[in-house]
Ligand binder design. Structure first.
Ligand code: NDP
Length: 332
């Protein structure tokens, strides 16, 4: 039954609702590569745990397996291998790990990857020249520049240099505008991954109070657009918001994307809420943790994503999904 719903659900949705921009966006999210539903990525509640764990790693594995099948089919039938080019400037340890993980994920799923690494003091013109070369290469379907860039770079100018058709991160102004208009070309990978997690957890969105903590261009703002498009009532909080807990306690869906270890505690969460922790932080003893204090939050929330093993694996997965989609569009 769940398989039937997974395959035919989007068609049913299309048939039973008049088209609108919001709906087009919904269908676009739903139509993207999805996990098989016969093994939902949840760990069952234990006796001592209130919240269900939304297991991003399991969901990511399922989606990547489907992507790998599609990549193999594209190669076999069209002779096209989706290719992602990743540009890294400097040797920031976190950025190096992210790039390594992206390249490894590409290769594992049958994608081709190109990795261009430059020293931190490289002249921006050199990187812009490489972007122009990759833009013109028909065998390259996705280009991303790992952020942050060193000081001598105008980050916006670099992001704008990538042609929108290969901007698989969805950061180009043209693609940001398209998302605002609910007609996205590429959905930014982290919020896209969050939407897939909400979908897989069957979290009701229509009319839900969604509160996002963080208003960055890469997470908070696109997250707000996607939830709004699903008819959530959206509140975006930031460093100047007054009485943060007042807002978070109202949230049926709470997304934390701040970059401050464990700042959202259980007493700031509405009982039964779905809590999505985007944050990646390190504690004093070197362990990874999110923006949510998992231990106290899991006693109150209805469902929660862990860190690590939550949003992170889904971000890379949706990068692959966008790259595949870009490659498939070359056939149209
Ligand atoms: P940014 O630093 O760009 O944005 C942080 C946001 O948090 C800002 O809008 C800031 O407000 C807000 N903020 C800061 N302090 C507070 C506060 N005390 N109360 C409320 N809001 C506050 O971060 P990103 O959006 O790039 O990333 C956020 C986190 O998500 C980081 O930990 C990052 O590592 C992680 N991340 C994880 C990814 C994944 O795949 N899991 C992908 C991308 C990011 P203001 O605008 O006013 O400054």
């Amino acid at each position: 039954m769940s398989l039937v719903l997974f395959f035919f659900g989007p068609f049913f949705f299309k048939a039973s609702h008049p088209p609108s921009r919001q709906r087009r966006l919904f269908v676009s999210v739903m139509d993207a590569i999805g996990p098989k539903r016969d093994n939902p990525p949840f760990r069952e509640k234990s006796l001592f745990m209130t919240a269900k764990i939304i297991d991003g790693k399991a969901l990511a594995d399922a989606v990547r397996a489907e992507l790998a099948e599609k990549v193999a089919a594209l190669k076999a039938t069209q002779g096209i291998t989706p290719c992602l080019a990743v540009i890294l400037v400097g040797a920031d340890p976190a950025s190096s790990v992210y790039v390594r993980n992206k390249v490894a994920a590409c290769e594992k799923a049958g994608f081709r990857s190109i990795k261009e690494v430059y020293p931190a003091d490289v002249e921006p013109i050199v990187v812009l020249g490489k972007i122009a070369e990759l833009n013109a290469d028909p065998d390259v379907h996705g280009i991303l520049v790992q952020l942050p860039l060193p000081r001598q770079f105008d980050t916006e100018a670099v992001l704008e240099a990538i042609v929108p058709e290969k901007d698989v991160d969805g950061f180009h102004a043209e693609n940001v505008g398209a998302l605002m208009q609910c007609n996205p070309r590429f959905i930014p990978c982290t919020p896209y991954g969050v939407m897939k997690m909400l979908e897989s957890a069957k979290v009701p969105l229509k009319g839900a109070e969604a509160v996002i903590v963080g208003r960055s261009n890469i997470v908070g703002k696109p997250m707000a657009m996607l939830l709004l498009a699903q008819s959530c009532t959206v509140t975006v909080c930031h460093s100047q918001s007054k009485d943060l807990a007042f807002h978070t306690k109202r949230a049926d869906i709470l997304v934390a994307a701040v970059g401050r270890a464990k700042m959202i505690t259980g007493d700031m969460i509405k009982p039964g809420a779905t809590v999505i922790d985007v944050g990646i932080n390190r504690t004093a003893d070197g362990k990874l943790c999110g923006d949510v204090d998992f231990e106290s939050a899991k006693e109150v929330a209805g469902a929660i994503t862990p860190v690590p093993g939550g949003v992170g694996p889904m971000t890379i997965t949706m990068l692959l999904a966008n790259t595949l989609e870009s490659a498939e569009r070359t056939l149209k």
